[in-house]
Design a protein around this ligand. Structure first.
Ligand SMILES: *Cc1c(COP(=O)(O)O)cnc(C)c1O
Length: 420
């Protein structure tokens, strides 16, 4: 099936007389006839038994997303942050390290650089444009994974996924890709060698700014028996001696994440949230196409304006990442554009406050056009010098193009730029 069909039919196949839409199974528990049956489920979790780690409504959405990414299994989480966290904790324990590109979502930088450090896990940050040889040198004896973003938020840099997959595999560790901005409609990282994909489903996948959520998807391709991952190949004492690679084969990673981490942390989404996420996914291909169409027109408009110093949008001819985007994102590079307005922060604020249709929001990749000023929001604590050092220009604006008629979006930009 093609993506449009999967978005409507994957994950749930109603039988004769059953509801056409996956119902919300609003129940924490499931009733069983015998004690023996419950015992069997503890041995081989083939059916939900408690909604801290599995639920039929969530399960249907997980299968749909796994199918869209081309993976063998998926696990939803209560936020994108939880997905990133568990994707690493499933591989690293105190004393281990992993590598991440430095151009990733600000919240993930904090999680990796500060919070995981407190748990004894080191993140080694690398330049996404580093050569293979430079990347080789970043690896240590205890390095267990490599992490990057398809389309970095907010720099909008396109990652060379194949380069990172090659280097990770040379060092016998998996590549994890945050595919939030691209969604599986615009890029499928597994096709370029990534092993695990994570998403914040709060963005385009939900699509309507209704509920925060995340997901981890397993390609099933990584060889966990390569000697580097004893937790996958030796008995799990916390689960009566299960051996993940022996008992679950290609699904070892995603089952281990559920049986160990979701069981213990319980950051599982509510059935109602999964129902809303499914609704968003049904129209994802149509929406992504329109986001790309609208954003390209807006990017061209910004490019032509003499009040705008820089436009970052990989689908725009002349962009630093234009050629790479043709390979990884041939059908478009999402609806988010980063611009730098002339005149620094004062003009950025004037332009943003002058917008009437687009709203000032702490959100991105939303159905409604929204803007955010990194220097006075996500990076507020930094001095002007520090802002420059981490690539946040005081005049930088993250412009997230929505699904309003593009002429209305352009008219709004025009009237506000006229004030600057
Ligand atoms: C928003 C975002 C996250 C975090 O997701 P939440 O659902 O807000 O927890 C992670 N990665 C990227 C790229 C994001 O944009």
């Amino acid at each position: 099936m093609k993506d449009e069909t999967k978005c409507l039919h994957s994950g749930y196949s109603p039988k004769n007389g059953e509801p056409a839409v996956m119902p919300i199974v609003q129940s924490t528990t499931y009733r069983f006839d015998t004690t023996e049956r419950i015992g069997e489920l503890f041995d081989m979790p083939t059916a939900p038994m408690y909604s801290r780690f599995a639920n039929p409504t969530v399960d249907a959405v997980e299968q749909k997303i796994a199918d869209l990414e081309g993976g063998v299994g998926a696990m939803c989480t209560s936020s994108g942050q939880a997905a990133s966290l568990l994707s690493i904790l499933n591989l690293c324990k105190a004393g281990d390290s992993f590598i991440s590109t430095s151009t990733i979502y600000g919240g993930t930088v904090n999680l990796f650089a500060v919070t995981l450090k407190r748990f004894g896990i080191e993140c080694i940050f690398v330049d996404a444009e580093a050569s293979e040889e430079e990347l080789d040198q970043a690896f240590k004896e205890n390095t267990r994974a490599v992490f990057g973003e398809t389309l970095a938020n907010p720099a909008l840099a396109v990652l060379d996924i194949e380069k990172f997959a090659k280097v990770a595999h040379k060092h016998k560790v998996p590549l994890i890709i945050d595919n939030t901005f691209a969604t599986p409609i615009l890029c499928k990282p597994f096709e370029f060698g990534a092993d695990i994909v994570v998403h914040s489903t709060s963005k385009y996948m939900d699509g309507h700014a209704l509920q925060v959520g995340g997901v981890i998807v397993d390609s099933g391709n990584f060889d966990w028996t390569n000697g580097n991952f004893p937790e996958f190949t030796e008995p799990d004492d916390s689960y009566h001696g299960v051996i993940y690679t022996r008992d679950f084969g290609k699904m070892a990673y995603i089952i281990k994440a559920r049986m160990q981490l979701m069981r213990d942390f319980g950051c599982f989404p509510a059935a109602h949230s999964a129902f809303l996420l499914n609704l968003g996914l049904e129209t994802l291909p149509v929406r992504m196409k329109q986001y790309c169409e609208n954003a390209l027109k807006v990017a061209k408009f910004f490019k032509a304006s003499d009040k705008i110093e820089e436009v970052h949008y990989a689908a725009l001819e002349g962009d630093k990442y234009y050629e790479r985007a043709k390979k990884y994102l041939p059908n478009g590079t999402c609806g988010v554009i980063t611009i730098v307005i002339k005149g620094g922060k004062a003009n950025a604020v004037k332009f943003m406050d002058g917008l009437k249709l687009a709203s000032n929001e702490v959100h991105v990749a939303d159905i409604r056009t929204c803007v955010l000023h990194p220097a006075s929001a996500t990076h507020r604590q930094l001095t002007e010098e520090q802002l420059v050092a981490c690539g946040i220009n005081p005049g930088m604006i993250r412009f997230s193009v929505g699904l309003e008629n593009v002429d209305d979006i352009l008219a709004d930009i025009k009237q506000s730029l006229d004030l600057v």
